[in-house]
Design a protein around this ligand. Structure first.
Ligand code: NI
Length: 162
C-alpha cells in the first residue's frame, strides 16, 4: 500500500498500452490490497504503479470486483457532500463534494470496452478513483478548516516517510 506523500500518488498516471500478464498480476495484487484493507476501491498508483487503472468492489467482496482500465468518466446531476477516506491517507477523513451521477467508459481485463452508468456510492467511488489517476487525493480537495483538522495525521504520514 502506497501512502501519502509518495510521489506516485501525486502525478498523472500513464495509459495502459497492452493488457499482458503484468497487468493481470497487478490487478491481483491490487484486489488483495483493497480487500485486506477493507476498501471499496483502489487505483494502481496506490500499489506504487503509475498506470491508468483501478478496481472497485462496492460490497467489499472478491466476487464484486470490477476492473477499469484507461477509464474515462463523465459526471452530471447534482453535487452532494459526503465524508470520504482513502487507504493512502490513513486517519484522514473529510466531506468531499462530488457529482451524484457518473458515466464511465473503460476497458475490462479481457480487453473489451464497456460502459456503465453510476449513481450514489458507485458514482462517488468512480470519481474518487479517477482522481487518483490524475494525482489528486482527498486532502487536495479539503477546505481550510478541513486541512486544520487533518494536519496532525498528515504530519504523522510525512514524519513516517522520512
Ligand atoms: Ni483513495
Amino acid at each position: 500500500m502506497t501512502r501519502f506523500p509518495a510521489g506516485v500518488l501525486a502525478g498523472r498516471a500513464r495509459r495502459v498500452e497492452e493488457i499482458g500478464d503484468d497487468i493481470v498480476k497487478l490487478v491481483d495484487v491490487m484486489v488483495d490490497i483493497m480487500l485486506e484493507n477493507k476498501g471499496i476501491g483502489l487505483a494502481a498508483p496506490q500499489a506504487g504503479v503509475d498506470l491508468r487503472l483501478f478496481v472497485i468492489s462496492l460490497d467489499g467482496s472478491r466476487e464484486g470486483v470490477q476492473v477499469f482500465i484507461n477509464p474515462e468518466i463523465e459526471v452530471s446531476g447534482d453535487i452532494d457532500s459526503v465524508e470520504e477516506g482513502c487507504l493512502s491517507l490513513p486517519g484522514v477523513y473529510g466531506k468531499i463534494k462530488r457529482y451524484t451521477l457518473c458515466k464511465v467508459t473503460a476497458t475490462a481485463l479481457d480487453g473489451k470496452e464497456f460502459c456503465d452508468v453510476a449513481e450514489g456510492l458507485y458514482a462517488r467511488a468512480l470519481q474518487h478513483e479517477y482522481d487518483h489517476l490524475e494525482g489528486t487525493l482527498i486532502k487536495d480537495k479539503f477546505g481550510r478548516l478541513q486541512m486544520i483538522g487533518a494536519r496532525k495525521h498528515l504530519k504523522k504520514l510525512l514524519d513516517e516517510s522520512e
